[in-house]
Design a protein around this ligand. Structure first.
Ligand SMILES: Cc1cc2nc3c(=O)[nH]c(=O)nc-3n(C[C@H](O)[C@H](O)[C@H](O)COP(=O)(O)O)c2cc1C
Ligand SMILES: CC(C)CC(=O)C(=O)O
Length: 356
């Protein structure tokens, strides 16, 4: 195999290796997949204004997030069921990642992942109708040393994933959400033609009444910082902070929820302005290169998360593959910082971007 030099090359290699149904579950978006495409296009439209005559002999990619020093500002987004692409699942990803947000639907236990992790872990939560599932996950995350919680608020139900529906996608029997009661998850394994098992499951198990008071309740349950994921507007950023959130993740769920929603990088400046330094603002959706990371930081992100790229690396070569994908992005980021005359992340600001 030739060396893979870009995230796009890992994507192509993963596609060659994965069964079509699993590929489509991971790759797909909702509806016409307009938001899925927009996430990538929006980055491509943001041209950079490099500065020269700057001493770039010692680039520094490190940053601090919630009091923890990170080698790079790039973490792994919460993505369900890593074992769909590699038998070691999240344990391999955790060894590779500088920083990982573990999905509520992880296919390895929170404790196994914590024992393997190379960097800080956060736990993502869905708002299960059975609130004891949420509370139980919070207690286990605290006990296992997770450093923050991420409440996903863009999923009162799972979006219309047509690729999944066409294939009657269900989670294969051997792969389970290892941290949630089997009874809650049972129907994710039932394949029905013309229907996504995950859409059906979400309607049964996720509580669409989630509101600001529930966020406040969650924040009161724990000393861990709670970030709110799925924010695309200043209004929701304001609401989240007013009800106890420590920060937000600007995200449209990788184009998998509301089709037609704004590209996440296009929502970033508005949200960052609303948060105004009161907490971290992360971004995910369409980050595929080091220059994408730089663009997001220029628009006010504290750090970015990659979703699908981590799974592509994991599918291609397990832990070393996931690490290689993150290393490609870090190497590209370093290049871009040097070539744009911004040797430290604190030098990155909106002046890096050309006006559209
Ligand atoms: C296969 C897959 C599963 C996902 N599972 C979750 C999840 O369990 N919880 C969650 O908050 N977001 C989930 N997401 C959304 C990601 O956290 C993230 O928002 C998105 O993947 C970022 O876009 P990117 O894939 O373009 O990097 C999932 C995304 C994918 C592709
Ligand atoms: C099990 C799913 C609800 C996980 C998810 O968030 C997704 O597939 O986007």
């Amino acid at each position: 195999m030739d060396a893979l030099l870009t995230v796009a090359e890992y994507e192509a290699a993963a596609r060659d290796r994965l069964p079509a149904g699993i590929w489509d579950y991971i790759a797909g978006g909702s509806g016409q997949e307009r938001t899925l495409a927009a996430n990538l296009d929006a980055f491509a439209r943001l041209a950079l204004r490099p500065r020269c005559l700057v001493d770039v002999s010692r680039p520094d990619l490190s940053t601090e997030l919630l009091g923890v020093r990170l080698r790079t500002p790039v973490g792994v987004a919460p993505v369900a069921y890593h074992r769909l692409v590699h038998p070691e699942g999240e344990v391999a990803t955790a060894r590779a990642a500088g920083f990982l947000v573990v999905s509520a639907f992880a296919s390895r236990t929170l404790e196994e992942i914590a024992a393997a992790a190379a960097g800080p872990l956060w736990l993502q939560l869905y708002w299960f109708r059975r609130r004891e599932v949420v509370a139980g996950l919070v207690r286990r995350a605290e006990a296992a040393g997770y450093r923050a919680l991420v409440l996903t608020v863009d999923t009162p139900r799972v979006g219309r994933r047509l690729r999944e529906a066409r294939r009657g996608f269900a989670i294969p029997a051997g792969i389970v959400a290892a941290n949630v009661d089997a009874a809650v998850m049972a129907r994710t394994h039932e394949a029905v033609d013309g229907e996504s098992a995950l859409v059906r499951h979400s309607r049964e198990q996720l509580d669409p009444s989630l509101g600001p008071a529930d966020l406040a309740w969650l924040c009161a349950q724990t000393d861990l910082p709670v970030l709110v994921k799925g924010v695309l507007t200043a209004e929701d950023a304001e609401l989240a902070l007013a009800h106890g959130a420590a920060g937000v993740v600007v995200s449209n769920h990788g184009g998998r929820q509301l089709d037609g929603a704004v590209a996440s990088v296009d929502a970033l400046a508005e949200v960052a302005a609303a948060v105004a330094g009161r907490g971290p603002v992360l971004l995910d959706g369409g980050v595929r290169t080091g220059t994408d990371v730089l663009r997001a930081l220029a628009l006010g992100a504290s750090a970015v998360l990659v979703g699908r790229p981590a799974l592509w690396g994991l599918a291609v070569d397990g832990e070393p593959g996931a690490r290689a994908v993150l290393d490609v992005i870090a190497a590209e980021l370093e290049d871009a910082m040097v070539l744009s005359g911004r040797p430290r992340l604190s030098d990155v600001d909106p002046s890096l971007l050309a006006r559209p």
